[in-house]
Ligand binder design. Structure first.
Ligand SMILES: [Zn+2]
Ligand SMILES: [Zn+2]
Ligand SMILES: [Zn+2]
Length: 351
């Protein structure tokens, strides 16, 4: 079968589709075991079909039933107390409106404060981290109401009290607006899920400055004599970073999304204490700097409302826009924390 590209439909073998539908009917329970995807049932993309992009690392919380993003070093906030608990969860993937599956609804956003996903304008919402959810700078997600992939799970619901997405097949739940979530008036959302267990994977982020959503952590134009370049504040720049876990959920490396062997590197061996962070390439023609934890490891400190300071391993210095100059190409350096706007970042999950 062949469908118009404009429908953005992933083409599925008829046999695979039948198996998928049968499987969908048999799956139940947020985080419940999902059958292994058998050989020969994989989704087949015909030539000319637009490839869909998904974002993985979403998990179900067994304490409150909420779907939440589990690959953020800031951690999450659960209305049942502490952080969300992804134990026993399947591995969920979300679609964005840039490449939606068939029968999907847009206007869903990631919340930087709690790591949940919620519908619509934040003004009508309730966030477990306090106040309302924060939708700014999030990708826009497309939530399917029909099976988007062979392995899918239905009965995910919108809560009219908090605007969050939660698993509706459990007898109990905890809503940040008080009591249990409500599925009244909700559609039946069907999420793409893979079986567990397995660890949270490396993830793509846009690292946005507190100067505003057009200002991001990027890289300078061109390489230097010794490196693949240095990092800089960039305006209207679509730079993505690959977060590579060293020790989940606290310690990570940051690398170029397009060439993951090129890693961000603290210049602590430099004689100049305002030297910019560099991109340490390990490919022929580039100088390889010593591969040690002090130079390659990053952690974050929470600053409230989803903002972070991005620290070195000993938390002695943070990513800092040089002299607080909000201009395109301004170097980003390592500097002690001094509560500056030039030291505040938001790490936004991207696909
Ligand atoms: Zn929770
Ligand atoms: Zn929230
Ligand atoms: Zn709720």
């Amino acid at each position: 079968m062949r469908m118009p590209v404009a429908q953005f439909v992933v083409l599925v073998h008829v046999d695979a589709l039948a198996i998928a539908l049968a499987r969908l009917a048999s799956v139940s329970g947020g985080g419940a075991k999902v059958p292994e995807c058998r050989k020969g049932t994989a989704v087949r993309l015909d030539r000319g079909t637009r490839m869909t992009t998904t974002q993985n690392n979403w998990r179900w919380c067994r304490k409150c039933q909420a779907l939440h993003y589990a690959a953020h070093p800031l951690g999450s906030v659960c209305p049942a107390g502490g952080g969300h608990d992804a134990a026993g969860s399947g591995h969920y993937s979300l679609f964005t409106v840039a490449s939606p599956p068939a029968n999907a609804q847009g206007n869903w956003r990631w919340c930087a404060k709690c790591q949940g996903v919620f519908y619509g304008e934040a003004a009508a919402s309730v966030c477990p981290a306090g106040g309302q959810h924060d939708r700014w700078w999030s990708l826009e997600y497309a939530m399917p109401t029909a099976a988007p992939t062979p392995q899918s799970q239905s009965d995910w619901r919108w809560c009219r009290k908090c605007q969050g997405l939660f698993y509706g097949g459990s007898p109990t739940s905890v809503c940040p607006a008080g009591g249990a979530h409500s599925k009244e008036g909700s559609g039946n959302y069907v999420l793409s899920v893979a079986d567990g267990p397995g660890s949270v994977q490396n993830a793509l982020f846009r690292i946005v400055s507190a100067y505003g959503p057009t200002w991001v952590l990027g890289e300078s134009d061109g390489r230097t004599m010794y490196t693949a370049g240095h990092v800089a504040l960039r305006a209207n720049h679509d730079h993505k970073w690959l977060l590579k876990w060293v020790s989940y959920p606290t310690t990570f490396k940051l690398a170029r999304a397009a060439s993951a062997h090129i890693e961000l590197y603290w210049p602590f061996s430099s004689a100049v204490d305002y030297a910019p962070l560099i991109l340490n390439a390990k490919s022929p023609g580039y100088e390889a700097f010593p591969d040690n934890p002090d130079s390659l490891h990053f952690e974050v400190d929470p600053l409230g409302d989803g903002w972070v300071a991005i620290n070195n391993r000993s938390h002695s210095k943070v990513l800092d826009v040089w002299r607080a100059e909000a201009r395109d190409g301004c170097p980003v350096i390592a500097w002690p924390w001094n509560e500056g706007t030039n030291q505040r970042w938001r790490m936004v999950p991207v696909a």
